[in-house]
Write a protein that binds this ligand. Structure first.
Ligand SMILES: Cc1cc2nc3c(=O)[nH]c(=O)nc-3n(C[C@H](O)[C@H](O)[C@H](O)COP(=O)(O)O)c2cc1C
Ligand code: SF4
Length: 517
């Protein structure tokens, strides 16, 4: 009997629920039966609720299988069935699963499909097409394509990428840098990691195009140390790209040079803030710098620097390969293109959903996510990380885009959605936000350093039912001060989760004095 080609995700999240064990069980069973297997380790499709899953190549496409509670026995029945659709473990053709078929994958189109560390596979799936085009364009034409696409920064603030690149391009000086922010500190987010583990060459391609556009020959990827697999994969991919001539001193014989190095961050949330990240990259403690000067003018080692998130840079190759208008045609209003949304928390079908901006929160949580994991009623979703607001059920029909969320007092941030069922206590969540800020504050300015500590104390008094009306007024006042007086968005945005919890779930803040203990 001829063998099978099998695909299994090597993504950290897939491995954490048994993807390596599944591979081992398959290999052992194949050996016992004398059947040859070719196992390709891919990135993840982002369907974490289906993991560990395997896919088998068939003439019709890849058939998916999962549900191996007893791994050895499950795998044995799979071989018995000849990996056929008749197997009770069969999910059907993976590309046809509604959860995947309904997505609009541009950035994550190869993730879960290709071998992340094969240049040939990457090339065979349109990889480096964008860079190839960019190598033949002027820097201005590259920036024009990015401007036409409407691409905005995916790391949180949503700043137009082309304007940032144009500022760096026009800044005086011949040493410039591209710094990729892969600190990914927001709760409920994993898209940066998933992309770096599953399609690292895409990020390398995006950074190289950015280098060509602004005249930078050196890039750094700042990855949090909690991501050892992403760090290892990125380093390997950089070596492979260099060996294949797509990176290095003379890219594809064009005379253009671009080098990339990976740097490990030590796991402080504030090191995701761009100026603190630059300090950390310079080998200093991650403290926020006052702006101006903007990093675009005086960034790493005082040189003009592009700081972009992983997803921003990873969107660029598609824009160059397919044209700015192709990308711009996805999305609504001023939110163009697609957003990799990350569904986490108390949700039945957790994972990564890439959709054009404008999909509603309800669609993401109910249709893609399948509602709460517990089956209990939904209570809130926190969008945009630990500094994002808590959105109640009544607002779930909001389109998920920058302007719609901002208009309602929230923010999209990095696109992470953390779902809570009715058991959540929003006063505790508000306290968590203040405590998180106190813990992670860089300490440079008073409203954040001291305000967050006082905020925890005020919430504790509200929880204890002490002098509640006064404490609630004090909390609002403190939040106004933190919003207006903080140097960066760490202190400036902490009031968002606190006040959204207070305003949308006031009942959780009306504790009777008896609840004090
Ligand atoms: C406290 C704080 C933490 C942040 N963490 C991250 C992060 O982990 N990753 C990221 O890309 N941006 C983060 N940002 C946003 C960055 O400062 C910056 O806006 C972003 O990296 C710019 O890239 P973009 O334009 O591609 O979004 C953070 C901002 C603040 C205030
Ligand atoms: S707001 Fe907080 S984190 Fe930002 S500069 Fe001030 S002390 Fe540092």
């Amino acid at each position: 009997m001829s063998g099978y080609t099998i695909y299994i995700s090597a993504d950290s999240a897939s491995v954490s629920v048994g993807a390596d064990d599944l591979r081992d069980a398959l290999m052992a069973e194949a050996q016992t039966r004398g059947i040859s297997l070719r196992i390709v380790r891919t990135g993840s499709r982002g369907a974490y609720f289906l993991e560990p899953m395997l896919e088998v190549a068939t003439p019709d496409g890849r058939l998916g299988f999962n549900g191996f509670e007893d791994m050895r026995a499950g795998v044995a029945t799979l071989f018995d069935s000849g990996f056929s659709p008749q197997s009770p473990h069969c999910l059907g053709l993976v590309d046809a699963l509604p959860w995947l078929a309904r997505q609009e994958r541009l950035t994550f189109v190869r993730c879960g499909i290709t071998d992340p560390l094969s240049i040939e596979d990457y090339r065979a799936h349109e990889g480096f097409d964008g860079l190839e085009k960019a190598l033949a364009l002027s820097p201005q034409a590259i920036i024009d394509a990015v401007a036409e696409s409407g691409l905005r920064g995916r790391g949180g603030a949503g700043f137009p990428a082309a304007i940032k690149w144009g500022t760096v391009q026009g800044a005086p000086g011949d040493v410039k840098y591209i710094c990729c922010n892969a600190d990914e500190g927001d709760s409920g987010t994993f898209a940066d990691r998933m992309l770096m583990e599953g399609d690292p060459l895409l990020l390398i391609e995006g950074m190289t195009i950015a280098g060509l556009a602004v005249g930078a020959a050196q890039g750094f990827v700042y990855i949090r140390s909690e991501y050892p697999a992403a760090i290892a994969v990125m380093r390997q991919a950089i070596g492979l790209a260099q060996a294949a001539g797509w990176l290095g001193s003379d890219i594809r014989g064009t005379g253009h040079a671009f080098h990339i190095e990976v740097r490990e961050g030590a796991g402080a949330y504030i090191c995701g803030e761009e100026t603190a990240m630059l300090e950390s990259l310079e080998g200093k403690r991650g403290m926020v710098r006052a702006k101006p000067p903007l990093p675009a003018l005086e960034g790493l080692f005082g040189k003009p620097t592009v700081v972009n998130n992983v997803l921003t840079l990873a969107a660029v190759p598609t824009i160059l390969a397919r044209g700015g208008a192709f990308y711009r045609d996805y999305g609504i209003g001023r939110s163009r293109g697609t957003q990799p949304f990350q569904l986490a928390g108390c949700i039945r079908r957790g994972g990564l959903v890439e959709k054009a901006f404008g999909v509603t929160l309800r669609d993401l949580i109910e249709d893609f996510g399948g509602g709460t994991a517990t089956g209990r009623p939904f209570k809130a979703v926190q969008v945009g990380g630990p500094l994002g607001g808590y959105i109640p059920e009544a607002l779930l029909d909001l389109p998920a885009d920058y302007e719609s969320l901002a208009g309602a007092g929230f923010m999209l941030g990095h696109g992470g959605l953390v779902v809570f069922d009715e058991s959540a206590d929003m006063l505790r969540q508000a306290r968590f936000a203040m405590a998180f800020c106190a813990e992670e504050s860089c300490g440079k300015c008073t409203p954040c350093r001291i305000g967050a500590v006082r905020g925890v104390e005020v919430i504790d008094r509200i929880n204890a039912g002490l002098d509640q009306a006064r404490q609630l007024a004090l909390l609002e006042d403190l939040c106004t001060l933190m919003t207006d007086g903080s140097l960066c968005a760490m202190g400036g945005l902490t009031p968002m989760p606190v006040l959204s919890a207070l305003h949308h779930f006031p009942e959780d803040f009306r504790r009777p004095a008896a609840a004090a203990e």
